[in-house]
Design a protein around this ligand. Structure first.
Ligand code: PBG
Length: 327
């Protein structure tokens, strides 16, 4: 006996075509950015143990990966450099032949304007103490001295071919200083993707292996406390006022509420970083046969889009785009 029930939401889920018709959100390759690591002194790409499927690239394999990313229609690549030598001031970051600078040149050569070349503006890969900035004599991270170095780095990245620079160090005033340095250098069209709300997160664990980080201790004096939401809104509003073209929230999955609140608080595009630990969790579970890998990837990316991110940085970007193109 049928119930007298005029409203039946299941009607809209009855067939694949119907579900396709009413789907509210989607993930497209052009909204995705692939993070890439380029390491100095490698003869061939080196696998990263805690991130199965991700490697540290040589300059040659980097160029190939960038060309493929452009071919499948990704929005961009975000480059991180892994130097052989580190020192207290992170000098490798500002060396003409520093690995990130060389990588940016090769990447731009490989892709031209077919996709956006983005660069990580941060010192942690280059410092022997592993902090995102230079230290005062008493060992604290020196905000203003660090910002001056970021500004120089950003100009260098733009000169090496970066379309977008991504300051990720969470120093106060970094966006304004970078904008002003870029403008003074005539790099008016170089955009800033500001890591506005970057939390001190355990989910960066595998990344630290990926870049051979030498950090002991933590980044809690500059990255945000996961307990805070209002503070994130303050940070992103400041970044927009200083000239950020886009704002990033990071990590993504534990911070979907932050993405959504930031989306409402600013009028610039919002990006979210689906970080190394989020990647590793799914890969590890899938390797054990504990979940359906592709469905978990799709659901992850979709949830970040649904929370309000226009742009998603993900280690799955290339694989997702290949699959999307195949239909
Ligand atoms: C710092 C930086 C980090 C990540 C991106 N940029 C590490 C950190 O802040 O400790 C993490 C990315 C990831 O985990 O995938 N330059």
């Amino acid at each position: 006996m049928a119930m007298e029930l005029p409203v039946r939401p299941r009607r809209l889920r009855s067939t694949a075509v119907m579900r396709g018709l009413v789907a509210e959100y989607a993930v497209r390759p052009e909204q995705l950015v692939l993070p890439l690591f380029v390491a100095e002194g490698l003869a061939e790409p080196r696998p990263i143990g805690s991130m199965p499927g991700v490697v540290q690239h040589t300059l040659d394999s980097l160029a190939e990966a960038v060309a493929e990313a452009a071919e499948v229609g990704l929005g961009g690549v975000m480059l991180f450099g892994v130097p052989e030598q580190k020192d207290a001031r992170g000098s490798g970051a500002l060396a003409e032949d520093g690995i990130l600078n060389l990588g940016l040149r090769r990447a731009r050569e490989a892709a031209g304007d077919d996709l956006l070349i983005m660069s990580d503006v941060c010192l942690d890969e280059f410092t022997d103490h592993g902090h995102c900035g230079v230290l005062t004599p008493s060992g604290l991270v020196d905000n203003d001295a660090t910002v001056a170095l970021y500004a120089e780095m950003a100009v260098m990245h733009a000169e090496c071919g970066a379309h977008v620079v991504g300051p990720s160090g969470m120093m106060d005033g970094q966006v304004g200083a970078i904008r002003s340095a870029l403008d003074t250098a005539g790099q008016l069209d170089t955009a800033i993707l500001a890591y506005g709300a970057k939390y001190a997160s355990a989910f960066y664990g595998p990344f630290r292996e990926a870049v051979g980080s030498s950090l002991t201790g933590d980044r809690k004096t500059y990255q945000q406390d996961p307990a805070n939401l209002t503070e994130a809104l303050r940070e992103v509003r400041l970044d927009v006022a200083e000239g950020a073209d886009m704002i990033m929230v990071k990590p993504a999955l534990g911070f979907l509420d932050v993405i959504s609140a930031v989306r409402d608080a600013v009028d610039v595009p919002v990006a979210a970083y689906n970080v190394s630990g989020e990647y590793a969790m799914v890969e590890a579970a899938a390797a054990n046969g504990w979940l359906d890998r592709e469905r978990a990837i799709d659901e992850t990316l979709l949830s970040i889009r649904r929370a309000g991110a226009q742009v998603v940085l993900s280690y799955w970007a290339l694989e997702f785009a290949r699959r999307y193109r195949r239909g």
